[in-house]
Unconditional design. Structure first.
Length: 704
């Protein structure tokens, strides 16, 4: 059984020094950004010069480039279950328009991320060279190395400027190939590799596809993600030679920006110049025709939006539609994912766990992206009688053992005991849906998992809606002693999202009155369909923010939206339109974000990991503050219409709408007046404390 992986392995690169043998690689790294045409050749050893003062390096601007989808010809990439992203990077390559791009938030031990076999002559000598960079403005250590055969070099500190790595290699007497590998010893962010060469005496480079220009694929817009950074919004476009033009329209249908570039490469980086933060439809015209895509532009730093562990999303990795679910989840900044782990698929012989490939691959991809799984221990197993719900003593014990095996194998944030046990759709056994029938399952999972991972939270409940009598009975039956947190799926708040606050209060009251204590509350499933004739896609986005912020403000620890991708391409299907992404469109490699997906990413980026500080809501206006007053972000809305609120601030207040549009409001005598609408907004303010002045307050006044 493979052990569940939680820690990040960070090793140290080994730099080779001393004499070289006949089969060794002599490698050096130049810390300068020397262009490829002027690269220095390897030199022999010389006396060490007297060191002089090293000047402070100047910051380097991020390259005008964009990660793309596609497979490199000749090169072998690590599985996405091991390394999150090994993809083409289009724009400002060291040679041509494409480089290799590696992003690995989590690495479990030494891992080969990228490799190629080069044909060599046994015993012959070769000159090695490569260009490397990171996305850092200043040089930073990179936990990676380049290996040829059995020898290697740790990369120098890297910035966004291309840096040359050179050396010599002598092929072993019995070798006709040499493998060149990019090896990761720990996490890396935005590592770039390009213009790799191994040149013999005849002057020929024996590395196939050395500059990564040959990339498979057929789509026109080939971005890896369509959530783009506001500092550098770009599209990666596959097009014939000639002009590429584009036009972006905003959420209101107005032209926001347009532009054109001349394509001189098969893959071209197209800057969306003038496109501010927002949600857009972009039409791209090439010599092969016009392709449209929806995309979001968000102000964030780093290779992706920093993951927020308060937010999760429901997945279905057992479906082929979800093969890229980990990358899609990470692109929105979501830190958690929830998925069934169906018992019958993984224990087909008693006591033996053969994990289904869709779970292994799907969950390991989540782990590689640093996303933790809330696994649902579901449902019954025909090996133990009932295929729906364990009922016999042996089946209940085996159910707990299965949960413990899950805890050992996968990277979990918690285990949820069953899904909607109180719903007859999932539970038609003789014992029925009574909480007294659920307690033995909870006890079995808690006891078994405690033996292998006593710190892993066991989540009780997972009920259809908040079933008050059921939870009262569960706590009276002793369920709290087997629970580390409780969960429910409060779809009854559909018509009034803010009513979720009362449900959270009721859940806490029930625990106190019937169990004499409380446990953290997780909302593990809640969503809304954008089917035709129902909620619009804009209203669906508002619902996400209103429910999730209400949940957090009421004391819930985590909130999981249902679900990640529309499960049906038809906009008329109710069950098929809960997703944060649309299904794949013709000509576009990435899944397109819906307004609800954009809203999730925008909210996580705006909160920036700030802790919940206060619910400052008043009659007519909901206002929830994250962060202290020196650096505050408030999420505000007026459920019944327009209103106003005031915020004390020493600087201009920035207000961001759900479509990403921003405006600034100057305070008057230290107070800014903010118009509030039914659609949520994000209000950023700053107030420096002065002596013993009381903490500032927010007042709201409904207007009309």
């Amino acid at each position: 059984m493979q052990i569940r992986r939680r820690t990040i392995y960070i090793g140290a690169a080994i730099v080779l020094v001393g004499a070289l043998t006949a089969t060794a690689v002599a490698l050096t790294a130049s810390g300068s950004s020397t262009p490829p045409a002027a690269r220095p050749t390897p030199s022999t050893s010389s006396a060490t010069p007297t060191p002089s003062a090293t000047p402070e390096p100047a910051p380097v601007s991020a390259p005008l480039s964009v990660p793309a989808a596609g497979q490199f010809d000749s090169w072998k990439r690590a599985s996405t279950t091991k390394v999150a992203r090994v993809v083409p990077q289009v724009g400002q390559g060291a040679d041509g328009s494409v480089a290799a791009y590696i992003d690995a938030p989590v690495i479990d031990g030494k891992t080969s991320a990228l490799a190629v076999d080069a044909a060599v002559v046994a015993g012959a000598s070769y000159e090695f060279s490569a260009q490397v960079r990171s996305l850092s403005p200043l040089p930073e250590a990179v936990d990676a190395a380049i290996e040829i055969g059995t020898e290697r070099i740790g990369l120098p500190e890297l910035s966004a400027a291309w840096t040359t790595v050179t050396g010599t290699f002598t092929a072993p007497a019995d070798a006709d190939t040499a493998q060149i590998r990019v090896v990761l010893d720990g996490p890396v962010a935005g590592l770039g590799i390009d213009d790799v060469s191994l040149v013999g005496a005849d002057g020929e480079n024996v590395v196939p596809n050395p500059s990564f220009e040959k990339v498979g694929g057929k789509d026109t817009i080939v971005n890896r993600s369509l959530i783009l950074p506001a500092s550098n919004p770009m599209l990666a476009v596959r097009a014939p030679a000639g002009q590429i033009s584009w036009t972006a329209t905003d959420a209101g249908g107005k032209v926001a920006a347009k532009g054109a570039v001349d394509a001189s490469h098969v893959l071209e980086a197209v800057p969306l110049t003038g496109l501010d933060e927002g949600y857009y439809s972009v039409a791209v015209k090439t010599g092969a025709g016009t392709v449209k895509t929806l995309l979001g532009v968000i102000d964030y730093e780093g290779t992706t939006i920093a993951a927020d562990p308060r937010f999760g999303v429901g997945l279905h990795v057992e479906n082929d539609l979800y093969s890229d679910a980990a990358d899609l989840t990470a692109s929105l900044g979501i830190g958690l994912a929830r998925n069934d782990v169906l018992w019958r698929f993984n224990e087909t012989s008693k006591g033996k766990y053969d994990w289904a490939d869709h779970y292994v691959n799907g969950f390991d991809r989540l782990h590689a992206h640093g996303i933790h799984l809330l696994g649902i221990v579901n449902y019954g197993n025909e090996l133990y009688g009932n295929g729906k719900v364990p009922t016999s003593k042996a089946a209940i014990a085996a159910y707990g053992d299965y949960a413990a095996a899950m805890a050992e194998r996968f990277d979990l944030v918690g285990l949820e005991v069953f899904n909607e046990f109180n719903h007859t759709r999932f539970n038609k056994t003789a014992c029925g849906t009574k909480p007294s029938c659920y307690v033995p399952l909870l006890d079995s999972v808690h006891s078994a998992v405690e033996k292998v991972d006593p710190d892993l939270p066991i989540i009780a409940g997972s009920t259809a809606r908040y079933d008050a009598p059921w939870f009262d009975g569960l706590w009276r039956a002793g369920g709290l002693k087997y629970s580390d947190a409780i969960s429910f799926h409060p779809y009854e708040v559909s018509s009034k999202p803010e009513s979720l606050a009362g449900i959270v209060d009721e859940a806490n009251r029930s625990m106190k009155e019937n169990g004499k204590t409380t446990r953290p509350i997780w909302i593990t499933e809640l969503g809304s369909s954008s089917k035709t004739g129902g909620r619009t896609v804009s209203a669906q986005a508002d619902y996400l923010v209103r429910t999730s912020i209400t949940a957090l403000a009421s004391g819930a620890e985590k909130f999981f939206w249902y679900d990640l991708i529309n499960d049906d391409p038809s906009p008329a299907k109710h069950e098929g339109n809960f997703g944060m992404y649309y299904q794949k469109a013709s000509g576009v490699a990435a899944f397109q974000p819906k307004p609800v997906g954009y809203a999730q990413a925008l909210m996580i980026a705006r909160l920036g990991g700030r802790a919940l500080a206060a619910d400052e809501s008043a009659k007519g206006v909901h206002s929830v503050r994250f962060g202290d007053e020196k650096d505050a972000v408030r999420v505000v809305w007026a459920p019944k219409g327009k209103a106003e609120m005031t915020v004390r601030s020493d600087v201009a207040v920035t207000v961001t709408t759900m479509t990403g549009a921003t405006k600034t409001i100057e305070p008057v005598d230290g107070v800014a007046t903010i118009p509030v609408t039914v659609r949520p907004q994000f209000v950023e303010s700053s107030l420096e404390p002065a002596g013993a002045t009381p903490a500032p307050t927010v007042s709201q006044t409904p207007a009309g």
